[in-house]
Design a protein around this ligand. Structure first.
Ligand code: TYD
Length: 209
C-alpha cells in the first residue's frame, strides 16, 4: 500500500485532539506507520508562521495576509513532512488542512472559495487528502468549551458570526465532496465518536488494501 493522507476538520473546540490520539493508536495497533501532524504548524518554519498568525496582538492583520500565511505554512509542511511520509508509505493524519482555509478565510473572511483554492493549489502542488473526517458540532456548543479555557488565540477570539460562517462552510464542503468528506456527529460521547471513526477508517482500509 502506498501512503495514505487523512485530514481532520471541524470548528474550534469540536474535540478533535482526543479522537486523533485514539485514531493513531488504532492504526498503530494494526501495524501501520503513522505520522501525526497539524496545521498551521508541523515544521520549524511553519510553527513560526503559526505564532505570527495566532498572536493576539496582531489585530491589524489583513484577510489576504492571513490566507497567504496559512498557505505559506502549508507549503513548507507539505514539502518537508507530508510528502516524504507518504512516499515512505506512512499514514499521515493531519489536524486541519486546506478545508480550514476554505471555510475560515474563504467564507469567514469573505475571500471566496475560488481564490483560496487557487493559492492553496499552488502551495500544495494540488495534494489532496483521500479522506477527511469532519467533526460536526454547532459552534454555539463547541465554542463554550473554549470559553471555559478563556485566553483564546486571535482566531478563537473572533466574533461568533465568524465561527458560524466557518461551520456553514464545512457543511457546504461536505455536500460538494461527499466521497472524501465524512461527517461525524461530534455531539455524542467520546466512545461513540471513536467507534464511528473506526468504522469509517475500516471502510477506507478495506478499499485500499
Ligand atoms: P488549531 O491550532 O487547529 O486550533 P484548535 O486546536 O482550536 O482547533 O488552529 C488554530 C486556528 O487557526 C483555528 O481557529 C482555525 C484556524 N485556521 C484557519 O483559519 N485557517 C487554516 O487554514 C487553518 C489550518 C487553521
Amino acid at each position: 500500500m502506498k501512503g495514505l493522507f487523512i485530514t481532520i476538520e471541524g470548528t474550534d473546540g469540536a474535540g478533535k485532539s482526543t479522537q486523533i490520539q485514539h485514531l493513531k493508536e488504532l492504526l498503530k495497533k494494526r501495524g501501520y506507520e503513522v505520522k501525526l501532524t497539524r496545521e498551521p504548524g508541523g515544521t520549524r518554519i511553519s510553527e513560526k508562521i503559526r505564532k505570527i498568525i495566532l498572536d493576539k496582538k496582531h489585530s491589524e492583520m489583513s484577510a489576504r495576509a492571513e490566507a497567504l500565511l496559512y498557505a505559506a505554512s502549508r507549503a513548507q509542511h507539505v514539502e518537508e513532512v507530508i510528502k516524504p511520509a507518504l512516499k515512505r508509505g506512512e499514514i499521515v493524519i493531519c489536524d486541519r488542512f486546506v478545508d480550514s482555509s476554505m471555510v475560515y478565510q474563504g467564507r469567514g473572511r469573505l475571500l471566496g472559495y475560488e481564490s483560496i483554492k487557487e493559492i492553496n493549489d499552488f502551495a500544495t502542488g494540488q495534494l489532496e487528502p483521500e479522506l477527511t473526517i469532519l467533526f460536526d458540532i454547532k459552534p454555539e456548543i463547541s465554542l463554550r468549551r473554549i470559553d471555559a479555557k478563556k485566553n483564546g488565540d486571535r482566531l478563537e477570539r473572533e466574533k461568533f458570526s465568524f465561527h458560524q460562517e466557518a461551520y456553514n462552510g464545512y457543511r457546504d464542503l461536505a455536500k460538494i465532496f461527499p466521497k472524501r468528506i465524512r461527517s461525524v456527529d461530534a455531539n455524542r460521547s467520546v466512545e461513540q465518536i471513536r467507534d464511528n471513526i473506526r468504522l469509517i477508517i475500516e471502510d477506507l482500509l478495506r478499499v485500499k488494501e
